[in-house]
Design a protein around this ligand. Sequence first.
Ligand code: ADP
Ligand code: ZN
Length: 726
Amino acid sequence: MQDLPGELSDIVAVMVGVSVEGPYSYRVPAGLSVVRGSIVAVPLVGRSTLGVVWGAPADNFAHNRLKDVERVFDVPPLSEELLRTVDWVSRYTLSPPGLVLRSVLRSSEALEPERAVTAFRATGLEPEKLTRSREKVLDLLMDGEAWAKAALVGASGVSASVIEGLERSGAIERLEVPPPPIVLRPDPDAAPPTLSAEQQAALDQIRSLEVDRFGVALLDGVTGGGKTEVFFEAVADTLRAGRQALILLPEIALSNTFLTRFARRFGTRPGEWHSDMTPVQRARTWRGVADGTIRAVVGARSALFLPFHELGMIVLDEEHDGAFKQSDGVNYHARDMAVVRARFAGARVILSSATPSVESRNNANQGRYKHVLLTSRFAEAALPDISPIDMREEPPDKGQWIAPRLAREVFATLDRGEQALLFLNRRGYAPLTLCKSCGHQYQCPDCSAWLVEHRFRGVLMCHHCGHEQRTPKSCSACGADDSLIAIGPGIERVAEEAAARFPGARMVILSSDMGSHTQLKQRFAEIETGEYDLIIGTQLVAKGHHFEKLSLVGVLDADLGLDRGDPRAAERTFQILTQVTGRAGRASRAGKAFLQTYHPTHPVIQAMIRGDREAFYAHELAAREAGGLPPFGRLAALIISANEHDPAFEFARRLLSAAPMAEGLKLFGPADAPIAMIRGRHRVRLLAQSGKDFDLSGYVRFWLDNGPKATGNLRVQVDIDPQSFM
Ligand code: ADP
Ligand code: ZN
């Protein structure tokens, strides 16, 4: 398909925002004009549907059978770089382009003109009666400006009826004005920090990437190294150069702390983009990004598809975080797709992390990304001292999970008036419940997974599908009373033990199921101001937080995840242990961390104890290279699912036998997935592994196009570069 410059002829290809394989042709009626990227409404099977003009039609259609474009929206056409990104993501992930486009057309309200708001302005006439309240309003309007009604009510503290009375008296007049901008323009020179010498050197390295060219920097710095300050300066450069900046955070880290830091540096909050926004906020942000009034956005991964026109920089904070991988709908990794979009946009990318992904580290080692290091903590803060607690030699007492040495450290920390964090990456009370009379183990009816007891809420719950049932009083298999016992710890159980052992401590439990985002943000703020002494949490607390008084971190199960047969297990464990122990001692207090482990000699645990991150990367890169695993090779996972096991398995076998031969390509499976059933769907996996320079997406597309077709309730899901092997 050709890109037509400027105005297109009377027939155009329109990509509709639904799951279809390519654009459809429509006629542009007289009176409408479109260009590539114009957002339009077109009829599709009897319904008006949003779409985007993609270019000239591929074929010559019989003109008389085409339907007309119904409407062209009055918003700037999407930029060329965004259209190319959509095509690229679609090809790479094997998702229909219309489905990817849906991530762009996320707010239909944004396409309508903004609704005006009611405002008032002084006329200069005196009202016949001047009360105290009326005076307050008139004082505000002395500035001669039109004030939005809501703002006037807010600032004067009077009721709306006072304002209406003034209007009737003729002293003020009503007018309709555009709503005030959702955020102000950030000022790159509002409050620049004084950087340390090391930070300045890091910034200089980033600045050696030209501001108007594609380039990637890996900002690889210890936790508390002051990476945010450094990338904020690079954002300031981008704003000064007249371009827009996007900062992506793993969703939960869209914390007030980060937004406040942005506001302190740039004098105003950034545009925001995340799942907690109202449709109106969404629409206004989308529009502001498209028309260029919003210059900087802080958002979750989906912000990558916002309609920027002057995108000059994308920052991924905590670039290693698993939350950047989307795994429903379009399976994309925001880190990789950010690099793709930046390439099309001629923008710079900063990947920031204390524990970079093995992929990014390799790209930096190879010189594809500029490797920018921050090796010491900002100011007097030092990295925590990390020690192992060998659980075979110093086990906790029976029925307890906190080893005696760790408990003594908690006491000492509390005595000094400092905070301690006990970390266990398991929600709920216990991961397994069984009946001690009959041995019955409580399992999800729809998944191959144990039900996890959540004692606070009195339920047994499946962490894969969300299935819940009340914890029974008597065994549902044998009927025995009070016979259920909890096996293993979750954080609720650790909290129960901690409450008994440290009775004076003010304690808080934090995991993603412990309240709404707003409530969780509130808890974090309270921890920051020192309202708690003891924090018990899952990985939710490991990410990016800065708690000044926290000086002790105890990891209750440092081995969690290490013994799984997952190629990324070591990397993930290393990242989470570094992040969580990195919460300790971020201010002037010296921090200490303890790892309870059964494998003190494991390379990951050893690298942690010795503070030798380079040893970890060297070991892990060597292991990946030996196995031909990413980043030295490519993987694609195919999940075949069905309502019954055997048809899924049988289809996977047929698919495998239809796979074309290719040099250097290996296929594994079929095998039941580690979680063999989710939501009643049986899951069978095939895995394709290839060399690094092989077009694995292209291969899988060819294979599926030419192989047997999934019919009935069979489904094939493709995951290129899978992050999870469940
Ligand atoms: P990282 O993101 O690398 O973990 P942060 O950017 O959060 O580290 O910095 C850690 C702490 O040090 C923060 O409280 C931050 O405000 C402070 N800090 C870092 N650099 C500076 C600076 N140049 N001037 C003042 N404070 C700084
Ligand atoms: Zn389930």
